[in-house]
Design a protein around this ligand. Structure first.
Ligand SMILES: Nc1nc2c(ncn2[C@@H]2O[C@H](COP(=O)(O)OP(=O)(O)O)[C@@H](O)[C@H]2O)c(=O)[nH]1
Ligand SMILES: [Mg+2]
Length: 216
């Protein structure tokens, strides 16, 4: 299948070049970038709302990708940070070029953290670098304990895994040890943080992880 290789490789190379330029831009302005990925509904926007509030809106900027609507941008703007919503139409993930356009529309001066909420999807986002320094992958407890095993590529890309909505543990059948065993098979370096934006559990550990990020 040489044609597939010939076509796909330059596309990914181009994306990687733009991602590298995005990373340089962030570093020149003193920011670290965090790419937040998960299935739709895992709690990305809610976590970023809390994160912006707790870190301080003046330290943060946010890009958010969805196929349609500005609903997430509206929620994140209410938390006080500058936000750009990227509508991908049919696109199941953000690209580095879309992030470059988003960065151009954000005032990054004096800020420390760029959070990128990727399009909700457990497959496509992990294949496209955006210029981030770290990848945060959420999975929520109601999604079921088999998701790491079923979607390993997403979890392989993670620098941290957030098990979200742990306040629902009592009402769900979720075998956490099974999920941890699956994670150990695909990614032994990413810490697993148990969080709930509802109860506040684990949020300090997440903030500590974010604030420890340094450009590579
Ligand atoms: N019980 C519970 N619900 C949550 C938690 N975090 C988010 N949710 C709910 O999950 C739904 C999806 O959250 P959202 O942040 O929009 O997810 P996203 O699609 O990944 O951005 C919303 O109804 C949230 O209120 C949590 O920690 N516990
Ligand atoms: Mg969202």
């Amino acid at each position: 299948m040489p044609n597939v290789t010939v076509i796909a490789k330059p596309l990914l190379q181009k994306n990687d070049q733009i991602a590298a330029a995005n990373r340089r831009l962030l570093e020149s302005k003193g920011l670290v970038g965090i790419n937040v990925m998960s299935a739709p509904g895992s709690g990305k926007t809610t976590l970023l709302q809390k994160t912006v509030e707790l870190l301080g809106p003046s330290r943060c900027a946010v890009l958010v990708g969805d196929l349609q609507t500005t609903r997430d941008a509206d929620r994140l703007a209410a938390a006080g940070a500058p936000v750009v919503q990227i509508n991908t139409g049919r696109g199941c993930h953000l690209t580095a070029a879309e992030v470059a356009d988003g960065l151009a529309a954000l005032d990054l001066a004096g800020r420390s953290f760029l959070f990128i909420e990727n399009v909700g999807n457990m497959v496509c986002p992990a294949g496209f670098a955006l210029g981030e320094h770290k990848n945060a992958v959420l999975m929520s407890l109601p999604e079921g304990d088999d998701k790491v095993a079923k979607y390993p590529t997403l979890f392989q890309a993670a620098d941290v895994v957030l098990l979200s909505k742990i306040d629902l543990a009592e009402v769900m059948d979720f075998d956490e040890q099974r999920m941890r065993d699956d994670l150990a098979q695909v990614n032994s370096r990413a810490p697993l943080l148990r969080i709930s934006t509802r109860s506040g559990a684990g949020l300090q550990a997440w903030l500590d992880w974010v604030q420890a990020i340094r450009p590579a």
